[in-house]
Design a protein around this ligand. Structure first.
Ligand SMILES: [Mg+2]
Length: 311
């Protein structure tokens, strides 16, 4: 086997591929539960805790499922936000570790688990866009846990070699930092958007376009609108980065994967109606990963003029 070079200079021959991942049931099956009420056969509303995959299936069934009468949606999703007080456990970190442990014990991973792993090993920029309510730092911390647990030492070494390759090619760096510093730089280029996090909501409310869209949106369409905003944010980030490094002269593709059919549909519509027109040199590919039996999900929407092999 060829030894891994300290700097992989071959990265300059690659196309630009970026990914936007939903987290729950797309990268990992998290054990975090949603606390709802269910109308049973006797006509009584009883508390139930639902997995995220069950919730994705029943969330539209408002005749039989509703958030707790006390506390509403905030109470339903309280395990999906960072703890309010210092010293309390962070469910996201704990559940990420538990989910990774199940994969290493042999459980079938979520549909985009391997794509996310490959994205990291190749050192490609990505975004996590989730309906959760965590601070970006919490999600970044979970990504670091993923790197430590899901990647083998050889894969981590390959990742570092690729990261240095990109630094040399795009940032003209000749002297590299420590591995920890280079990893910090890379993860700092990625985006972590939890759309029910207060900081995210505040940023969205300040945006001139989304301020207006929010004003006329129904409650039900708000989470999808928020995902849209996060996606636009990442596409703009990628676009500006390519502009800065002069990378816009080659094929650029951005993939999006989500296991929630509602999100897949609204994101596909948004790409077709707005993004593909505004960024006409970028190819967009949307994957529906709601079918757990398909290892990479189903490609549902392709928009943009390029046709890249391998996407
Ligand atoms: Mg999901």
């Amino acid at each position: 086997m060829r030894p891994i070079p300290y700097v992989n200079e071959e990265v300059c021959n690659r196309d630009f591929k970026y990914y936007i991942f939903d987290w729950d049931d797309n990268i990992l099956h998290m054990p975090t539960k949603i606390l709802m009420e269910h109308l049973n056969e006797k006509g009584e509303w009883v508390p139930v805790s639902l997995s995220t995959s069950t919730f994705a299936l029943v969330r539209a069934d408002t005749d039989h499922y509703r958030p707790p009468t006390e506390g509403g949606w905030t109470a339903a999703f309280r395990n999906f936000a960072d703890p309010k007080h210092e010293g309390e456990p962070n469910h996201f970190i704990e559940d990420t570790m538990a989910a990774l442990a199940r994969v290493s014990a042999g459980e079938r991973p979520s549909p985009s688990y391997n794509t996310f792993k490959k994205t990291l090993v190749e050192g490609r920029i990505f975004a996590i866009v989730t309906a959760r309510g965590h601070a970006p730092e919490t999600i970044e911390a979970a990504v670091r846990i993923f790197i430590e647990n899901a990647l083998s030492p050889l894969e981590r070494e390959t990742m570092m070699s690729n990261l240095r390759g990109y630094r040399k090619w795009l940032d003209k760096v000749e002297t590299f930092g420590t591995d920890a510093e280079e990893l910090d730089y890379y993860l700092g280029m990625c985006r972590y958007a939890a759309v029910t996090y207060d900081g995210f909501k505040a940023r969205m409310a300040e945006d001139p376009i989304y301020k207006e869209k929010l004003a006329t949106a129904t409650t039900a369409s708000r989470p999808e609108l928020a995902k849209e905003f996060a996606i636009r944010d990442f596409v703009e980030h990628v676009f500006h980065m390519l502009q800065r490094t002069g990378g816009l002269d080659r094929s650029v593709a951005i993939g999006f994967s989500d296991d929630d059919k509602g999100n897949v549909k609204s994101v596909s519509n948004y790409i077709k109606a707005e993004l593909s027109r505004r960024f006409d040199g970028i190819k967009f590919v949307v994957y529906d990963t709601s079918d757990r039996t398909l290892s990479k999900g189903r490609k549902v929407c392709v928009s943009g003029q390029m046709n890249l092999p391998g996407f």
